[in-house]
Design a protein around this ligand. Sequence first.
Ligand code: SF4
Ligand code: SF4
Length: 708
Amino acid sequence: MITHILFIVIALTSFSFLGIAFSKIFRIAKMLKKPYSLSNVGQRLKVFFSVAILQKKIMRLPILGFMHSLVFWGFLMITFGSLEMLIDGFAGFPFNANASDDRILSFLGPVYTFIIAGGDISAAIILLAVLVFLFRRLFMNIKRFTGQEMRHKDHKDANIALLFILFLMISLLGMNAGYVAFAEKTNTVAQGAYPISQMFASLLSGMSEHSIHLFEISNWWAHIILIFLFANYLPKSKHFHVFMSLPNVYLSRTEPLTKMNNLESVKAEVELMMNPDAPEPEFDENAEPERFGMKDVTDGTWKNYVDSLTCTQCGRCTSVCPANLTGKKLSPRKVVLDYRRRMEEITQPLLKEGKSYDDGKSLLGDYTTPEELWACTTCNACAQECPVNIDQPSMILDLRRFIFMEESAAPSLLNSMSTNIENNGAPWQYPAADRFNWAKDLKSAESEEIKVPLMSNLAAENKTPEYLFWVGSASSYDDRAKKITQSFVKILDHAKVDFAVLGAEESDSGEVAKRTGNEFLFQMQAAQNIEIMNAYGIKKIVTCDPHEFNTLKNEYPDLGGQYQVIHHTELIAQLTSQGKLKTQSKKFAGKRITFHDPCYLGRGNGVYDAPRKAIENTGGIFTETAKNKSKSLCCGAGGGQLFKEAEPGNQEVYELRTEGLLETKPEIIAAACPLCTLMLTDGLKMKEKEKEVKVLDIAELTAQNLDL
Ligand code: SF4
Ligand code: SF4
């Protein structure tokens, strides 16, 4: 009776502490902004099943991933047994001499037997896995576990959590062994099956009935108390992901990784500027004016907060970050941990004084510095690798937005870039009238002049072409990139595709402005372009630039620009399969070709096969580089890096990427993005390989293969 009451008191105390910890989290989360709609339940469940249940992302590191997955699946099985222990405890079974060996859920029959046997096997697997993890942490120098953000107490915390799990498994196996041995001793039937503990039970057979029972009940108590202690330790520990990872994956963004949200607050202002007759948005005079971007954690969304609580500190994100790999200060893990640590610092005062609490400190500056933020290429390699679907780039972008729009403190070259877009509709100081100059003197294979059709001319004839070829700023003005544009137009002309361009009516898409934090300029550019494209009744767009492709496809729709957007590699693949690009020269036959997957095409939008098919069609010998497809390493141009000085580090990102591609000993590095082409060409120059190796876009490869 006393032990039964003791159990109830301990259990209720433990639940109360846990309840207090969770209620604090809910109260803080309620103060924060909503991130996005959670309505797409079907898609969320799909992501949940593949990432959380099947552990798809953690398996990207196969051996270690499999071990982690075994631990996760094992925990699911064991949780069933733990729940039963709790129910048994409240029912008083373990403390009642007559009923101490009853198991309340055993009426489930074979299902019960299966789960209990699974739990028993899992306990042994987890025990071994934890020993391996502890060994790795204590005796091996794993780079992923180190970094500026990893404090001594984080390592200690990780080890404490692993020790908790270790003793949980030992006590579970001990309890099971005692239970089986007791059943054998008393000639009763043990409920469930215990394939592992059965083996240890024989070690207890020499003990008296009473001693075996004592052994079993001691392990029962040890196990249940460890569960209570562990559960209450978790909210303060990096292992909080034990609770948080499943909900976090369910709540994660289901959109393409490279799609960045359009700020609603900016939307209303831009709408008003574009259309002065639009109704004025309603402002609450008593409400604090909303900041653009994030200065402190309280400007974030509840998803930023939940992300920060879920981070396992595994470092997978940082280990693939091109900025971090080249010695820059940025570590995506640090960005997430900074958020958590800053929130921990102000949780109590926030709960007491509300969101207006101000201690004179902030996430930006006191925790995460501008230097870290400006190193990001927005490649999304971090988000791709994160096993619990944390969205680090959105956090980085929101911090950049504050620097750009509220503090006007962006690097000066990015300010110039923005001014150029405002004045000329291009990130450089080129006149808008020169945007169409690339189309001059363009000749077909038969040396006939190619007249690039203009949308305005077709509209005057009441015609709408099938495709708008969106050229983009880099491909309109940069001499190297213009060659890609010209090659693609030759292909379109050769395959008789019904297309037109906007010419000087096209303005910068605003993509780079958005990624550097100037959301206002992005939305202004988008509104202007959408107005023109909608006026021409455009339905389909093709573009050679993955950055433009991503923005037009994913970010324009929310602003009223709904188009079917494809990348030029996809159209080339379609035209090839339709037999419209048949002629093949022997130009590339036998040449060693490798391919660099652009982040915004592959990882961002899942286009992997089309460029590979085009390479296959050349008859060249294709060799994949080690970091390919969704594991591709960024070329270093994205996120505004092309327009600014690199942050201090020990290497340029494009140099590192070029080194990786050169490992395949290529004669040609194929690319599918004008920015990648520029960066990799520079990389080859840096490596003094520009004479032996060429960088060619898929459009150039295809056009040359067709002798165009
Ligand atoms: S988006 Fe790319 S560069 Fe930015 S933090 Fe993530 S991995 Fe690093
Ligand atoms: S953000 Fe994700 S990948 Fe990075 S350390 Fe945390 S859990 Fe690991």
